[in-house]
Design a protein around this ligand. Structure first.
Ligand code: GLY
Ligand code: GLY
Length: 311
């Protein structure tokens, strides 16, 4: 009898330990200027909430942080409401070039793509680079070859060009939509982060921002935190923003909040704005932005859920 109890305890112990570990997800839909059009804002918040719920479900079912991040970001890429995936803005020649990256914090594995023209979910390509190739970052023509090599379906790049997007470029009145991103901590203590974007509207062909740059737009390390950024990419690259936050925690003992605040203020000093979402190894969630708004949502195993556009 004693033996059965001991074996039972040994067998159940890992489940008990995992079930008590905190897990959480946070997503963003881009720092920028948002109108107070309540119908549009309601739609944005619905999609953010859907991304949070779908990502959270993965974590709740014992899935990996990296799965939760990819799942959440795909919801945002597919929604057309954000500047990522099917909603991506056009460059100055009137076509789409998307960037994305994903990173997991256990072994610091990462994957990224830049200048994607004919695939609807760049975040999934970034994951493929991370898991199925010996490389980290693919750009331009090489991304097309990667899609073919893994027998994925390319889409017609023209399908990403809508009359509304063309009209915006022509009129110069560009509706500002934001980059998307997600950070998750799973039941096993693994952190992952991902970011996906169409970049800057009317950008020069070939311009690459911070989103596919590991350490700038995205970073994850189990012993510190996971981070996804949004804002004018050139400045986030100059500040090594995402890695900078992790480094402040690791080397200078900053709290997550102070580290995010410091990096945003350094970017402000350079004359740029943006936003950051992050989760640390203890499951603390933090976000901040220096723009007028940032769609953002999070949910944690402690029972907290929040979705907002304005602070
Ligand atoms: N391209 C601006 C942003 O990151 O939302
Ligand atoms: N933060 C997105 C970009 O600058 O492309």
């Amino acid at each position: 009898m004693k033996k059965i109890i001991v074996v039972g305890i040994i067998f159940l112990l890992p489940f008990w330990v995992f079930s008590n570990k905190p897990f959480a997800i946070i997503v963003h839909g881009g720092a920028g200027t948002y109108s107070n059009d309540s119908i549009q804002n309601y739609k944005i918040m619905q999609v953010i909430s859907d991304a949070v719920e779908k990502g959270y479900k993965v974590l709740e079912n014992g899935g990996a942080a990296v799965d939760a991040v990819e799942t959440a970001i795909k919801v945002l890429e597919d929604s057309r409401l954000f500047n990522a995936g099917k909603g991506s803005v056009l460059n100055e020649e009137g076509f789409v070039e998307m960037d994305a990256s994903i990173m997991e914090g256990k072994e610091l594995k990462a994957g990224a793509v830049a200048g994607v023209r004919d695939f609807p979910n760049p975040i999934s390509l970034a994951r493929l680079v991370m898991e199925k190739t010996p490389h980290l970052l693919f750009a331009g023509e090489g991304v097309g070859k990667l899609i073919d090599r893994f027998q994925l379906k390319r889409i017609n790049p023209d399908s990403l060009v809508t009359p509304e997007k063309l009209q915006e470029i022509k009129s110069g009145k560009i509706h500002k939509k934001g980059t998307v991103g997600a950070v998750a901590l799973d039941k096993y203590g693994n952190i992952a982060a991902g970011t996906s974007t169409g970049g800057i509207a009317n950008k020069m062909v070939g311009r690459v921002g911070d989103s596919p740059i590991i350490g700038a737009g995205t970073y994850a390390k189990n012993s510190t935190c996971g981070v996804s950024c949004t804002g004018l990419g050139e400045f986030f690259i100059k500040q090594s923003a995402a890695f900078h936050i992790s480094a402040l925690i690791e080397y200078a003992n900053y709290s997550l909040k102070d580290a995010v605040g410091y990096v945003l203020s350094e970017i402000m000093k350079m004359g740029a704005t943006g936003g950051i979402i992050a989760i640390d190894k203890n499951g603390n969630i933090f976000f901040d932005y220096t723009t007028q708004g940032m769609p953002c949502g999070y949910k944690s195993s402690s029972g907290v859920k929040k979705v907002l556009i304005f602070k």
